[in-house]
Design a protein around this ligand. Structure first.
Ligand code: HPA
Length: 250
């Protein structure tokens, strides 16, 4: 059994950990996974945009990736997302623990239930993110030198364009806190395959309309990202399958 770190923009390796690249073909397409070596054989790393950052959000093969993680024996995932902040409650370069989402994506392959023998299923999304993984993230953040803020609602857009100011205003009114382009359908695909899923968002800019032009935070960003990955690993190694939760199938 394994755990996985699913990295977003800027997360292209696991600091200090040797990995072996695996190209995985499944019925949904091709995925690239990096399997830890030595003491980290239980860790799988995947970076959804590719290590050269050449797969845009709407072209990520989310189903191939999630199926590959499942077939590698992954049971618990911690995912990271670079986002824009749409409220003041989530400062730049401080971690936002995701607890809910608003899905505005379209045209993506977003379910396994059109291809699995045995009919259809419906994952329940009352708790989209594993509460145990979220709580452990908050508990361990300080140790890794990271400021953390709980309770973020993630707005998923199609991208690759950024939003308009009016769209951001709408997302604020609807209760969104941060905006990104990739968490959907990852969250519910993982749930359909029975994997526990925790997620953190790292705001790297104020969303459209909140300042004159969007500027990306760059100061100390590599250090923050490395600390974030160390935190994710610590969270995964400080929790067990038995205590973690997966949304139920109805
Ligand atoms: N919008 C959407 N996705 C993003 C943003 C944003 O402002 N920043 C980083 N990813």
């Amino acid at each position: 059994m394994s755990v996985a770190i699913l990295g977003g923009t800027g997360i292209y390796n696991l600091p200090e950990i040797k990995v072996e690249e695996r190209l995985i073909n499944n019925r949904y397409g091709e995925a690239v996974a990096y399997v830890g070596q030595g003491n980290y054989r239980d860790v799988v790393f995947m970076t959804r945009h590719g290590i050269k950052h050449d797969t845009p959000p709407h072209k990520v093969n989310y189903r191939a990736n999630m199926r590959a993680l499942k077939d590698l024996g992954v049971t618990r995932i911690m995912a990271t997302y670079a986002v824009g902040a749409i409220t003041n409650d989530y400062p730049l370069l401080e971690l936002a623990v995701m607890r809910d989402f608003l899905d505005f994506t379209s045209g993506r392959e977003f379910s396994f239930f059109d291809a699995i023998k045995g009919g259809i299923g419906h994952v329940e999304m009352s708790k989209p993110f594993c509460p145990i993984l979220s709580a452990k993230t908050i508990e361990l953040a300080k140790k890794h030198g990271i400021n953390v803020h709980d309770g973020a609602t993630y707005v998923a857009t199609n991208g690759p364009r950024f939003e308009s100011p009016a769209e951001i205003k709408m997302y604020q009114i609807l209760g969104g806190d941060v905006v990104g382009m990739t968490a959907c359908p990852e969250i519910f695909l993982a749930a359909e395959l029975g994997m526990s899923f925790g997620a953190v968002a790292l705001p790297i800019n104020l969303a459209a309309g909140l300042e004159e032009n969007i500027t990306l935070a760059t100061d100390n960003i590599n250090e923050v990202r490395e600390n974030m990955v160390r935190l994710m690993l610590d969270v995964l190694h400080s929790t067990t399958n038995e205590e973690c939760q997966v949304p139920i199938l109805l």
